[in-house]
Design a protein around this ligand. Structure first.
Ligand code: SAH
Ligand code: DHB
Ligand code: MG
Length: 221
């Protein structure tokens, strides 16, 4: 099993199960033109997030790490028209690309993009009294344990949390890694493991984005 085969199977899955979608394709094209890194979730992963949100019956979603809004479009479509997505992005250029992509996808009324470092923005969101049915964390992995703590504060019983990139080519096993993202990912697992208010698992994924994975945590108390 090699990475070309992973990509070919991903294409097979998408060809069968994901209808062609002009807004999503345009978002990826515009992101490439704007020089954004192609580190969006894969299409079948975006649809997975979308279906999770629908299964949850989510009306309010928080995303940490917008990039060009590709995952945001998938999530926003799960709550539209009456639900809302708040998405946090530190990079102003990324946020601007996302704003345009969401406008083209006719989702501007559903999504609020807040520009800044997530750890600077999250206290305000809590002060506003907001709570979220689904929280997707996909930003700087070094802060993932802190994002988990914030996600718990912004959750209700039944909130679904998803963390992207929790496997990283298997490097999550490198306890002595000098990579801050790996250390942050390992701290995330420790925090989740020691938190009785959530029930969690993680799935390994392969495809066009390489070998990685999602963690899933359900708030149970
Ligand atoms: N969720 C997107 C991909 C996000 S890539 C998708 O699947 O389409 C990660 C994003 O997190 C980048 O745009 C990066 O600028 C942003 N980011 C990095 N550190 C951040 C921080 N401290 N606060 C908010 N966003 C951050
Ligand atoms: C990177 C970030 C991501 O969120 C991702 O899905 C893949 C790669 C990165 O920073 O390299
Ligand atoms: Mg990611």
């Amino acid at each position: 099993m090699d990475s070309q085969q992973w990509t070919d199977v991903e294409q097979y899955i998408c060809d069968h199960l994901l209808p062609r979608d002009a807004a999503l394709e345009a978002a990826l094209e515009h992101n490439a033109e704007a020089g954004l890194p192609a580190i969006d979730v894969a299409p079948n992963e975006g649809k997975f997030l979308h279906l999770l949100a629908r299964i949850r019956g989510a009306r309010s979603i928080l995303e940490i790490g917008t990039l060009g809004g590709y995952s945001t479009i998938w999530l926003a479509r799960a709550v539209a028209p009456e639900g809302r997505v708040i998405t946090l992005e530190a990079n102003a250029k990324h946020a601007e690309a996302a704003r345009k992509n969401l406008e083209r996808a006719r989702l501007s009324d559903v999504v609020q993009i807040r520009v800044g470092r997530a750890l600077d923005l999250l206290p305000r969101i809590e002060e506003e009294g907001r709570r979220f049915d689904l929280i997707f964390v996909d930003a700087d992995k070094s802060n993932n344990a802190a994002y988990f703590d914030w996600a718990l504060k912004l959750a209700v019983v039944g909130t679904v949390m998803v963390f992207d990139n929790v496997v990283r080519d298997g490097r999550v096993l490198e306890a002595r890694s000098a990579d801050r993202d790996i250390q942050g990912t390992r701290r995330l697992y420790e925090r989740i493991a020691n938190e009785p208010r959530v029930s969690a698992t993680a799935l390994q994924t392969v495809g066009s984005k390489g070998y990685d994975g999602f963690a899933l945590a359900l708030v149970i108390a």
